[in-house]
Design a protein around this ligand. Structure first.
Ligand SMILES: CC(C)(COP(=O)(O)OP(=O)(O)OC[C@H]1O[C@@H](n2cnc3c(N)ncnc32)[C@H](O)[C@@H]1OP(=O)(O)O)[C@@H](O)C(=O)NCCC(=O)NCCS
Length: 178
């Protein structure tokens, strides 16, 4: 069922959602890497269940977003941040604002929990609408090769990136799975 008028609920993922989330990531990304990444990130000691959100419509899990703790590290020290990854909406439900609802709710929850910085590697046409800017221009670096425009950062607290430079240190799962 895909009634665009029926409401979408955004809520924290429950264990019963793990299967549907696995399936939707496989469908949206047309492969297994992201579903394996989500499974691996859930096993991490610093996994934040409140920042693994699902979108539910007519009782079906149609979207998912995950934010995981990372560090921005240079010789001077390290700054905590969150990485938005991955996010997915079932293909037949895309383009209805469900992705936007997941991002907005996720950013709001992250801000409420006291997080200050979010980074993402993703579509450069999509994330700027939520306030993400090019992370390279803020002095941030990735530990892997990527085009400049796909690496973006957002300040949840104005000025949070001031004086913060260095490389993003991702959880081990990002290197092992993707
Ligand atoms: C990206 C994704 C999560 C967006 O979810 P959604 O519910 O369709 O998003 P919304 O309805 O809020 O927004 C739709 C917008 O996303 C844009 N978008 C979707 N896929 C995109 C892509 N591959 N590249 C660029 N923009 C994309 C659409 O063009 C549309 O833009 P518009 O509003 O200017 O027309 C969804 O398309 C998806 O699951 N894609 C496959 C997995 C993926 O790429 N995940 C993101 C990794 S960074």
């Amino acid at each position: 069922m895909n009634d665009i008028t029926s409401p979408v609920a955004i809520r924290p993922e429950a264990t019963a959602d793990y299967g549907p989330v696995r399936k939707l990531n496989k469908k949206a990304f047309k492969g297994n890497s992201e579903s394996k990444l989500v499974d691996a990130l859930r096993e991490a000691d610093d996994f934040i269940p409140a920042l693994s959100l699902v979108a539910e419509k007519d009782g079906v899990v149609v979207g998912h977003i995950l934010f995981s703790p990372v560090k921005i590290k240079d010789q001077a020290g390290e700054t905590p941040a969150l990485a938005l990854a991955p996010m997915a909406v079932l293909p037949e439900f895309q383009g209805q604002g469900i992705g936007a609802a997941l991002v907005k709710r996720g950013l709001a929850e992250a801000g409420r929990a006291g997080h200050k910085i979010v980074v993402v590697v993703g579509h450069p046409e999509y994330y700027p609408r939520f306030g993400f800017v090019k992370a390279g221009e803020k002095g941030l670096k990735l530990p892997f090769e990527a085009q400049d425009e796909v690496f973006m950062a957002l300040e949840l607290v104005p000025g949070a990136l001031a004086g913060v430079h260095g490389e993003v240190v991702y959880p081990r799962a990002f290197h092992e799975v993707t």
